[in-house]
Ligand binder design. Structure first.
Ligand code: F3S
Length: 387
């Protein structure tokens, strides 16, 4: 990969060890992508914030790196493992203390206090056509597919390197050719709710490693369905983008997804609705105002029979508070978490739950990988857990 003289000097540590390390990460990634050069990015979204994933080694690295490193472009960050502003009584003190130290490290580097996996709904919305460097697969796939911005599915480390340098290797889906579909799923099934869109996407992503997946036979997804599709693709495969095509494509691999396959997949990921020993996690990716409104309308005047956790960002929480949604959901027994991802934190152990219900395919996928009895349920089914 060609570097400018200035980049070479930065790589050699002339401007500090942190910047040199960041350039070394980008040169290694650029080599894997066969990138000819580095290009500037408009914004960065960093993952690697949840202490449950990062552990002590991650915390140590971040504390050391943040002594010197500072971001050079607008940078948002992914959720923590707990709501550091209002932690629940069941959160172990040592987890909370270490999570707060990770938060401090990111803020010291100049990251925005977003702690959200849907930065595109409030804090980080670059104009279409921008090149960015976003980690968090659901966010980067959404960014490519819906916002029309260009980003590879970055790791936490490569995104952090981009945040410090303001650059990313010009490879992968930053190349126009890779944004053309390399695979098409013909959907011969009725998609009734956002989960069904997610299931079609989950199926497709497990079948291909093409950068871009085309879906034929489905209407343009609304924002909630698009979030589910992006998250499901991120969980099941390596693709970076999806498009909805009106026509069948020639010269690409094709599969058909029938109504029967949809039902089978839904049953595989679902399970019977039980009250005893259950908890519910909603908002993976985080809920925005629309999803909060839908839930509030569905359960108004009723109270949850099991602990229900709803994940959203601090800024969306603020807006929901003004709209009265926080009050109405809280009075129905819903605990609204700010900037926290329980999908990846051991909430089931902390609270002693046997099953977790969620309306997210991504959440079922990752929780089952961790040995949790996670079951997919639509919002309508989850509403049955309110009395
Ligand atoms: Fe967001 Fe956590 Fe799901 S980061 S997409 S809520 S796994």
């Amino acid at each position: 990969m060609h570097l400018t003289g200035e980049e070479e000097r930065a790589l050699d540590g002339e401007y500090g060890e942190a910047l040199g390390a960041a350039y070394r990460v980008l040169v290694a990634v650029g080599g894997l992508l066969d990138a000819p050069r580095l290009i500037p990015v408009k914004s960065v979204h960093v993952s690697g914030v949840n202490y449950a994933n990062m552990g002590d080694a991650g915390l140590e690295f971040l504390e050391e790196f943040s002594r010197e490193a500072r971001v050079s472009v607008p940078t948002t960050v992914n959720p923590c493992g707990v709501d550091v502003w209002s932690p629940g009584p069941y959160i172990p003190g040592s987890f909370l203390e270490k999570q707060r130290r990770m938060v401090d490290a990111y803020l010291r580097m100049g990251c925005r206090e977003s702690f959200s996996c849907i930065p595109y709904e409030s804090e980080n919305r670059p104009p279409p056509g921008s090149h960015v460097s976003w980690a968090e697969s659901s966010a980067s796939i959404y960014a490519n597919s819906i916002l029309g911005v260009w980003t590879n599915r970055e790791s936490g480390l490569s995104a952090l390197a981009s945040a410090v340098t303001g650059k990313t290797p010009e490879g992968g889906i930053h190349i126009e050719e890779n944004r053309r579909p390399g695979y098409q799923l013909i959907v011969d099934a009725r998609l009734d709710d956002p989960i069904d869109y997610g299931l079609a996407a989950y199926y497709a992503a497990g079948k291909t490693s093409a950068y871009t997946i085309s879906f034929q036979g489905i209407p343009e997804p609304g924002p909630q369905a698009a979030k589910q599709m992006a998250a499901a693709i991120g969980a099941a495969g390596s693709s970076s983008m999806f498009v909805i095509s009106g026509e069948r494509l020639k010269g690409v691999d094709v599969d058909v997804f029938s109504g029967e396959q949809l039902l089978r997949l839904r049953m595989e990921l679902g399970g019977p609705l039980e009250v005893e020993g259950s908890i519910v996690i909603l908002g993976c990716p985080f809920y925005g105002l629309e999803e909060m409104r839908s839930l509030s309308a569905m359960v108004e005047g009723r109270v949850a029979r099991v602990p229900i956790f709803l994940q959203t960002s601090k800024s969306i929480y603020g807006e929901a508070e003004e709209l009265g949604l926080v009050d109405s959901l809280s009075s129905s027994g819903v605990t609204i978490l700010k900037g926290a991802c329980y999908t990846l934190a051991p909430i089931d152990r902390w609270i002693g739950a046997d099953h977790v219900y969620t309306d997210s395919i991504k959440a079922v996928h990752y929780m089952r990988m961790r040995g949790i009895d996670a079951r997919l349920a639509s919002l309508r089914e989850i509403a049955l857990l309110f009395t």
